[in-house]
Design a protein around this ligand. Structure first.
Ligand code: BGC
Length: 350
């Protein structure tokens, strides 16, 4: 029987309380989430001996998510990843966003969805139990047009899948690209994730320029370090002298999963513990980010130091810079076409 408990996770510097929900199944597996950023705080799953460990990075205090978190566990938006120059033109009107990542806009701008206080409520559905968060992003927020109503629902199933459902409407056309930004380390935090095996069903990826904006090409992965079609350790090719790996400081690229509609796109596993995670999504892109900017200075939950590349982020999303690249899948949310999208993280042991 899955239980849900609600408590106060902490208080922000301006005095706003931040509530947390903890969802746990009969085996002790489950997750916790908070209202700030609709963020996944913990995700506990068993290893092959039944020992449960927390497999996501994070912090013990909500304030640290405002000041030093590299988007740990958060929902990122209104537009995940980068928009070149923070500029786009929509319906003949030029829009300028804050450039919060070198010359570009990253993850929704200065105060993206990750830094907003969402409103949560527990939910029970046919698939399981969990939490729904809602947020209103007003017209003009961070320079984006249209009022956007967002809901993100996390549900934990009996067979240990975390289902993430997005439901979004907008009062006017706006670029929109929402994603879940959990940092995974299936061994439990604090160790390198480079030994994890990763398989991604993608024949193509998006090469980038030195500011991590896609060049526009959909390049074959064959013969490159971006070929994950057969499972390999994340670290196997990461030090190859390759211009793309140099631009990213490792993997920080959007792969183009084969097929369309809700489909399995990736599988991550930790050979030592036996924990594995399969990722399914209906989104056209998957950002593979190997934690290159974790520089070994962050101290996270329980005082654990997070070393360089000690986690991997797998972001289901639209292609980066879509508003400026007309041949990419359309990432404009329109009033007449609300968004309903699903991503599933399924856990098991080998
Ligand atoms: C981006 C990285 C960025 C990170 C922020 C990822 O989604 O691709 O370039 O540094 O988010 O922590």
């Amino acid at each position: 029987m899955t239980t849900i408990a609600e408590d106060l996770f902490g208080t922000l510097p301006d005095g706003r309380p931040v509530r947390r929900w903890t969802v746990r199944d009969g085996s002790g597996a489950g997750f916790s989430v908070m209202e700030l950023g609709a963020t996944i705080l913990t995700l506990d799953v068993p290893d092959r001996h039944g020992a449960v460990a927390d497999v996501v990075l994070g912090f013990d205090d909500p304030s640290r998510y405002l000041t030093e978190s590299p988007y740990c566990g958060a929902v990122v938006g209104r537009v995940a990843n980068r928009i070149a120059g923070g500029r786009f033109t929509l319906g003949g009107k030029a829009c300028q966003l804050a450039c919060n990542n070198g010359p570009n806009s990253l993850h929704g701008g200065t105060i993206g969805f990750d830094k907003r206080l969402w409103s949560g409520t527990s939910v029970t559905s046919a698939e399981g139990r969990g939490v729904r968060f809602t947020l209103t992003s007003p017209d003009g927020e961070e320079g984006y047009p249209g009022t956007v109503e967002v809901s993100v629902t996390y549900v934990w199933t009996e067979d240990q899948r975390l289902i993430v459902d997005y439901a979004v409407t907008s009062s006017a056309p706006t670029p929109f690209n929402i994603s879940q930004h959990s940092y995974w380390n299936l061994a439990g935090a604090g160790t390198s994730a480079l030994d994890h095996l990763l398989r991604i069903e993608a024949d193509r990826y998006l090469p980038v320029d030195e500011t991590l904006i896609p060049t526009g090409e959909l390049a074959p992965v064959a013969g490159t370090p971006f070929d994950f079609r057969v499972a390999k350790p994340i670290g196997r090719d990461i030090e190859i002298d390759d211009i793309q790996l140099r631009h990213g400081g490792g993997y920080d690229h959007n792969l183009v999963p084969n097929g369309s509609g809700l489909r399995a796109v990736a599988e991550l596993s930790d050979p030592a513990s036996g924990r594995q995670m399969t990722l399914a999504t209906d989104q056209p892109g998957l950002q593979l980010y190997s934690g290159n900017f974790l520089d070994g200075t962050i101290i996270g939950k329980g005082g654990t130091l997070y070393p360089h590349r000690s986690a991997v982020v797998l972001e289901t999303q639209h292609f980066p810079d879509s508003p400026n690249q007309p041949h990419f899948p359309d990432a404009i949310l329109r009033p007449e076409w609300p968004l309903a999208s699903r991503t599933i993280f399924a856990f098991s042991v080998a």
